[in-house]
Structures are given as C-alpha cells and as structure tokens.
Write a protein that binds this ligand. Structure first.
Ligand SMILES: [Zn+2]
Length: 524
C-alpha cells in the first residue's frame, strides 16, 4: 500500500479496432500516462487501464471487406494498439479486450441484469437513423445535411424490436451530481455542454440489436439469445469489468467502490456516452459513478481533419520511429492544449524538439556537465550558502497543483522549462569561463562564485530531471545518469526539494541527449 494511502484509478477510452491507431489515440495514451505516472510517483495506489472495443459492428463490416473473420481482424488490430502502448512507453497496468475475455462478458451481463432488476430495461419496437461508425442513433436535426456529423456518411434506417434503457429516469439525479461536482467534467465548457443536454430532458436509448443485424457478433443479452447488447453498453462496462466486477474478487472493491478518484480520459466526440449514458447505467445498477471525466480535443493534420479519404492519417508508430517516443510525448504534452484542439505538422514537432529539447534542455545539460569536467575535474563543488535555485524550488508545488488539481500537463511542463530557460540565462550572466580565468589568476572570490554557479546548475538540472519523470521518463533517467545521481530511493516529492546533490558527486562524460534535427525532408 502507498505511503499517502490514496488511491487513483484512471482509464483511457477503448478504441474501435477497425483500423490501425492514429495520432489521436497516441495523444490519449500519452496524456493518461502522464497522469498515472504522476500519481504513482506521489505514492498513490494507482491503477491504469486501457484496452480495445471489439464488439462493434464496424469491426464485422471491416472484416467482411477484407474477407477475413471478425476474430482475426480484432486480434490483428488489437495487437497494433498494444504495440503502440509499448513504443510510447505507456505504463498501463492492464489491457482489456472486450471480445475475448470472460471477465468482460460476465461483467457486462451482470451489469445488464442489475439494470433489468431495477426495472430500467424494456422491449420496444423502434425505427431510427443509425451511424454504424459512431454506433449511435441520430435524430434528423442532429444530422449535418442528412449526414453523420462525425463521419459525414449517410446513416442507415434501422427498424426492429430492441431493448431500451430508461435513461429518462436519471436526468434530475445527473444534474444534481454535475452541479455538486461529485461528477466532475473537465474542462468547464464540456461540463456546460453536458449540463444543458441533460437539462433539456433525457430520452431512453436503444440497448440492443438483433443477432441478425449484429451478424452474431457481440455480447448476448441475458435471457434472450436473439439479441446482442448495444456495443456502447458493453464497451462502457469495461471500466468495471476489467476490475472483475462480474467475477468477484477484491479489485472492484479496491479501485472502484473504496476509491475517491475514478477518472476517465476521453475524446470530445464520446462525451455524451461517458457523462450521461454511463452514469445513468451505473445509477440504475446501484454502483458508484466515475468522479472525473477529462475530455481532450482532436488533432488535425496540416490544418485538415484526419481522414482516410484525404490520405493524411499520421501513424504514431512512424513518428516514434522518426523522432523517438520522448519527442512525441513532449510535443503532445507541451504543445497540445490538454483539453483543446491542435494541429500537427512535422515542422511543429521539429521546432519544439530543436528549441526546447535539443537547445534549451540538451545544451544546459551538456554545458553544465562539460564545465564541471573542465573546471572541477568532474566533481560537483560545494556552493556558498545554498546556491541559486533558478525556479527549481517552486516546481514541486507547481506540478502538484497543475497535475493533481488542474489536470494540466502543459502548464506543468511550462513551469519546468521556465526553470531550464532561467538556468541558461544564469550561465550567460555568471559567465563561468570568465570566473575560471580570474580563479587561475588567483582571485579567491571568483573561485567561490564558480563553485556556486556550477553547483546551482547541477542541482537545478537534478530537480528538472526529477520533475520530468511523469512526462519524459527516459530523458529524466538519462539526465540523472550524466549528473551521477541516478538510483535514489527517496519518495519522489522529497526528491524535488532543493539542496540534495552531494558536493563531490562525480558527473559522467557529457553526451548529447537530443541531437539536433535537420530540417525535415518535407520542408526542404
Ligand atoms: Zn458517425
């Protein structure tokens, strides 16, 4: 158990696996990973879940187009998502696959039964306009010129007898939970969007489809082999089925019931499912709700919405191969507003990489270690007093506020890099090369000043490296190694305190951690 005794459960949404992951999936992985790593470092008992949504009709159709079985398709594409978590250095504790795992099927059926026992599931004849890519019914006025507003494809008219969920019962309760902040939706604009949607009055929604329309793919409705569950019902359930809600055991109690922080990270396109349908289902089943829903925006590519037809889908695996996972993580956490949209171009990533990682951070490390080698034989000197903290002393409090309260990695990284910029300016101001010359001419005052400068730079860098751990875990380790300080056993938050580097510590030979990138081929 953790030192602080707090618990923290965080999930990504589970993507359809009808295609390979794109850069938007990478963004969600990276953001969620930063939050999970931060809480783990804080000593919180943390669990991080991701997985794949495999029971969608979209998968059946994609497999049909390719002439392979649906199982083969989801197997193959799930592997690419798992592969992406690995190359992006994502620290998930669990990965759930909804088509193949007993814990999921049993849990989804248990949740259904609990809603049915509460009188919230009924059968009804229905016809409506359905977007198969969204797996969602739309009303006429929600369509965009008769097309799905997300996918710009015509919805199909579906007519059949289905089970319905009595969502209309839970509108008042949901408003109360949103207003009290018991269900926190970040950012505020998304909270308001959900609030006004709920306040307009909630309609019951279709909860199943015929086995025929589902091509026999999906989770069977308890007690009715002719119907399979609406894919969103089983998909949303993954957040608790992964904790063995259906099979018993301690995980569900530990991370869902007896845990004050249950966080879903999602994209803005699926907000209604997570902030309205899912809480409604849980209220019906008598289970606790998520406490926080964090909603990120979308990435466009060169100013255009990413789409297969435009041929501008960016494969995150390709970016990692070209720039390394740390550079991709950095761009996503530093340049993309955490809850807003952003536009990706290679040039933007390269500019960030060169300016912040290669120049500001990489040079600071390189010149600091080089000067300690040159002027002090590689041993970090003793400062007069406590040295100059160059903003590093405040980082601990700043990062805690930005990450634990605001869910804002961008501001956390800004604060860290402010310290880096200050440290580089400090090098120019103190001019250690001038001090060294004076010292060699016998100036004792210059000797003390040089000691203080070198110590201050090394200690600031040590704190910067420590502070970077939730965001850039590899970079953090490589900086610490060059400073000769890796392998501390202290709690992370204590390590962020000033004045811990031992004078006399031997630094390593300087090695560039981010070699400067030449202008990309696309630009030249
Ligand atoms: Zn759609």
């Amino acid at each position: 158990m953790s030192a602080s005794g707090k618990r923290f459960y965080i999930t990504t949404s589970i993507p359809y696996v009808n295609a390979r992951p794109h850069i938007g999936h990478a963004l969600e992985f990276v953001q969620t990973d930063a939050f999970a790593r931060f809480h783990r470092l804080m000593g919180d008992d943390t669990r991080f879940l991701t997985g794949t949504d495999e029971n969608s009709l979209t998968n059946v159709l994609a497999a049909e187009r390719e002439g392979i079985s649906t199982s083969e398709l989801v197997e193959r594409n799930a592997a690419t998502f798992i592969g992406l978590t690995e190359i992006l250095n994502i620290s998930n504790d669990d990965f759930i696959r909804t088509a193949v795992e007993e814990r999921h099927v049993e849990g989804a059926r248990k949740l259904w039964q609990a809603c049915a026992d509460n009188g919230d599931i009924y059968k009804k004849h229905y016809s409506g306009l359905y977007c198969v890519r969204c797996e969602q019914f739309y009303t006429e006025d929600e369509l965009d010129n008769g097309l799905c507003p997300e996918h710009h494809i015509p919805p199909e008219l579906v007519e059949e007898e289905n089970y319905f969920f009595r969502l209309s019962r839970y509108g008042d309760k949901l408003l109360e939970l949103i207003d009290s902040g018991e269900l926190r939706i970040i950012p505020e604009t998304r909270r308001n969007e959900v609030r006004s949607f709920v306040a307009r009055g909630l309609e019951d929604f279709s909860l199943s489809r015929s086995r025929t329309r589902a091509r026999g793919w999906g989770v069977e409705v308890p007690g009715d082999p002719d119907q399979v569950m609406y894919v969103w019902f089983d998909a949303l359930a993954n957040y608790i089925t992964a904790l063995n809600y259906g099979l018993g055991g301690d995980l569900y109690k530990h991370y869902w019931i007896d845990n004050p922080e249950r966080v879903h990270v999602i994209g803005k396109g699926i907000l209604r499912f997570h902030a309205v349908y899912w809480p409604g289902m849980l209220l019906s089943a008598g289970q606790p709700l998520p406490t926080t829903i964090f909603v990120h925006g979308y990435l466009t590519i060169d100013g255009e919405k990413m789409s297969k037809s435009l041929g501008n889908v960016v494969d995150p695996a390709d970016l990692v191969e070209r720039y390394g996972s740390e550079a991709v993580r950095y761009w996503m956490l530093r340049e993309v507003p955490p809850t807003g949209d952003a536009d990706y171009t290679d040039e933007k990533l390269e500019r960030r990489y060169n300016a912040d990682l290669a120049n500001d951070l990489g040079n600071l490390l390189n010149r600091t270690v080089s000067m300690i080698q040159r002027y002090r034989g590689g041993a970090i000197p003793t400062p007069s007093g406590k040295g100059e903290s160059l903003g590093a002393e405040e980082l601990s409090a700043q990062i805690q506020t930005f990450m634990a309260e605001d869910y804002d990695p961008q501001s956390a990284l800004s604060a860290i890099f402010d310290s880096v910029v200050r440290a580089n300016r400090y090098v120019e101001e103190t001019a250690p090369w001038v001090l060294s010359k004076a010292e060699r001419a016998g100036d004792e005052d210059a000797r003390g000043k040089l000691d203080t400068a070198l110590y201050s730079l090394a200690e600031t860098l040590r704190i910067v490296a420590t502070a970077l751990r939730p965001f850039l875990p590899e970079t953090s380790g490589r900086i610490a190694e060059q400073l000769g300080v890796s392998g501390s056993e202290r709690p992370w938050i204590d390590e962020l305190g000033w004045g811990q580097i031992e004078p006399g510590t031997q630094v390593a030979k300087p090695q560039p951690i981010f070699p400067k990138l030449e202008a990309s081929v696309a630009e030249s």
